[in-house]
Ligand binder design. Sequence first.
Ligand SMILES: [Fe+2]
Ligand SMILES: [Fe+2]
Length: 316
Amino acid sequence: MSATEYVPIRVTTLRGGGSLTFNAYIRAAGKYHLYCKNGENLQGTLLEKLKEKRLKKMYIDPKDESAYRSFMTQSIESAYDKNSDVPIADRAEVVQGAQQAAAEEVMENPESEEAYNLAKMGTEKYIEFILQEDDALKSVLNIENSESSVSQHSVNVATLAIAVAKELKLDEKHDMELLTLGCLLHDLEHLETGLDIGRPIKDMTPEELSLYKRHPVHAAEKIVVLKHFDKDVIDIIHQHEELVNGTGFPKSLKERDINPLALVCGCVNAYDRMVSFEGLPPKEALKSLLVTKMGLYPLGHMQALQSVLKTKGVVV
Ligand SMILES: [Fe+2]
Ligand SMILES: [Fe+2]
């Protein structure tokens, strides 16, 4: 089989699942190598090595596509099963991996209506999982983001936004789904620019900072012409860096002009940026948010976030 015939799959979709029902290959120096055999489990060292190499994709033989799809469906279904005896931390890994993969798929192919709709459909069960399973939120946030992955940060933001919106009683089903999807895609542009965002913003050069400050508007310009994007999702992507006192970017909007869903995303994003990209432990990040961001997000949102982090045991 020629190399071009292999089909790419996302590593995060294999995380936490059982034994593979297909051969999985990696690509190195233009060649494909068998990495995990049919019947083997891609856990522990094998998975850690992929993480170290920052490999996001593996490959399968096209004849194994249906086996791969069944594997994914089955591992997601059993991860969502409330009566499962599998520990919540393991189930959260599978569920989180599926959300991360769905987010990456849209971030890499925003023009794909199919990818967008799949990510949108996946939000309903995820919201239920986060709100109805006691340790789900904590288990998802506990998955270390050692690579400062934008898509993992996006899942963290979506996860916290779901709980904060519930706390704020902004939990109408349709809004919650759009909020979740918008959060999953809010930093879409970072994948495109290649800018290293895994560090404090104050460490960026003036050129990097100017590129960084254009990420919401660049993304919005790209997606506004795509008919399948919902208006609220576009607003979240465009407005998540706005601040209530009008000192945010790109448009220096005041609170009354910011989409309420973008405000929820913005507040939890400010917190998770410190954890995912600046290496602050949750307790320090919350403290810093409450001190340095006071007056930049609605007080009720900050208090709701504080309450979620404490009641869910993320901050003790
Ligand atoms: Fe952002
Ligand atoms: Fe972000």
